[in-house]
Design a protein around this ligand. Structure first.
Ligand code: NAP
Length: 349
């Protein structure tokens, strides 16, 4: 590309907004030029409006940008990443799409709407065809595309290679990092040396989002995967990286070697097209019996790959394994940026 595409972030001052700012630094295709937040922040320079909570200093390339209100208008770039508070994202994202913007959203608000792609570029790039129906039905000149919840994406990346064997049942128990709760997140008195066996709405999201992502595009809508999904979600004292124990029942009886071969050979369009944020190998199998571990593995591959280990027979379903991925990178900002890269590569921006 000769010129980088100007982009903005809605909700740039929050935790996920900061992840976008960090992830987009030096991006070869996208140039972050516009930052939006609430009217509490609008009019201030970014360094005054936000308390930088990621490692290192606030990136110099954005520090002096004056934060805007999240309203359509002059100077708002056509491509917007959204990291807004879920309480306000529905109306603002719709207003931006109606005004001709492409909103690549990380918020949960539109994920399960029939005409909105819940996109994982390695798994369901064809779901992008929903945007044609979305524009027709809603009369928008813009569009909304979403990425999954941070625990769902780790599991679906690990399960996608097995879709060829027919997935019938999934049982998953998660061990989720505290960064997934945003800032200030879970009180230290609750999470230190403890496990909290409840994360509001997380189990429902894992169940419904998995069926949509692994479903098939049929003419104008998604036929969800007809698999039963049972999720138990837990918060554990880990900073970054969601780990999960997954059991799966398959329609075709596959050998362990066939399952492993499918995982090792799994690649998608982002790898074929060499998209800038695509990890060369999206699902990495670890042979060591005590891996993956969030503290040791979460930062590998820029946080964009999912790590799988301990594949073995399950005496209740067919197979079980451990999966782990970076919840604020592959589970948030990195996922959205990869979605936008795919859209650019497909001529949809
Ligand atoms: P957060 O830290 O509370 O940030 C919320 C952002 O929304 C801030 O930039 C805030 O701006 C902005 N905002 C609030 N009210 C607004 C309004 N009326 N108009 C425009 N902007 C407004 O939240 P977060 O943890 O980053 O999460 C952001 C979104 O990502 C949520 O929808 C969340 O569910 C989703 N998500 C989070 C994670 C995670 O790991 N935390 C992972 C996946 C998805 P001000 O600073 O001006 O208030």
């Amino acid at each position: 590309m000769n010129e980088r595409i100007p982009v903005g972030v809605l909700g740039a001052t929050g935790m996920v907004g900061q992840e976008f700012v960090s992830f987009l630094r030096d991006h070869p295709w996208f140039d972050l030029t516009w930052l939006g937040a609430s009217d509490r922040s609008a009019g201030k320079r970014y360094r005054e409006a936000t308390t930088w909570r990621l490692g290192g200093a606030i990136p110099a390339y954005v520090a002096d940008i004056v934060v805007s209100e999240c309203k359509p208008g002059d100077g708002v770039p056509k491509l917007l990443f959204s990291a807004m508070d879920a309480g306000v994202a529905t109306d603002i994202e719709r207003a931006m799409a109606g005004a001709g913007h492409t909103v690549v959203s990380n918020s949960r608000n539109h994920r399960m709407e029939d005409d909105v792609p819940l996109l994982v570029p390695e798994i369901n790039p064809d779901h992008l065809r929903l945007v044609r129906e979305q524009r027709r039905k809603r009369g928008w000149s813009g569009q909304i595309v979403t990425n999954p919840n941070c625990s769902t994406i780790v599991m679906v990346m690990a399960l996608a290679p097995l879709k060829q064997f027919g997935i019938r049942k999934i049982i998953v128990t998660t061990m989720q990092a505290i960064s997934g709760a945003g800032y200030p997140g879970v009180a230290s008195m609750d999470i230190n040396a403890n496990v909290i066996p409840y994360i509001g709405m997380e189990e429902e999201k894992m169940q419904s989002e998995t069926q949509k992502i692994l479903g098939d595009f049929a003419t104008t809508k998604i036929q969800p995967l007809a698999a039963a999904v049972s999720a138990s979600c837990n918060r554990v004292p880990v900073v970054d990286g969601h780990t999960m124990a997954v059991s799966v029942e398959l329609e075709k009886k596959a050998t362990e070697a066939e399952i492993l071969g499918a995982i090792l050979g799994f690649r998608g369009i982002p790898q074929q097209k060499g998209l800038p944020s695509a990890p060369p190998c999206p699902v990495i199998y670890m042979e060591e019996p005590d891996r993956p571990q969030p503290r040791r593995d979460v930062e590998r591959e820029n946080g964009m790959a999912v790590f799988v280990g301990r594949l073995r027979k399950c005496p209740v379903l067919d197979y079980k394994f451990i999966a782990m991925g970076h919840n604020t990178v592959r589970g948030a900002a990195g996922a959205a940026v990869l979605n936008a890269e795919l859209m650019q590569a497909e001529g949809l921006l």
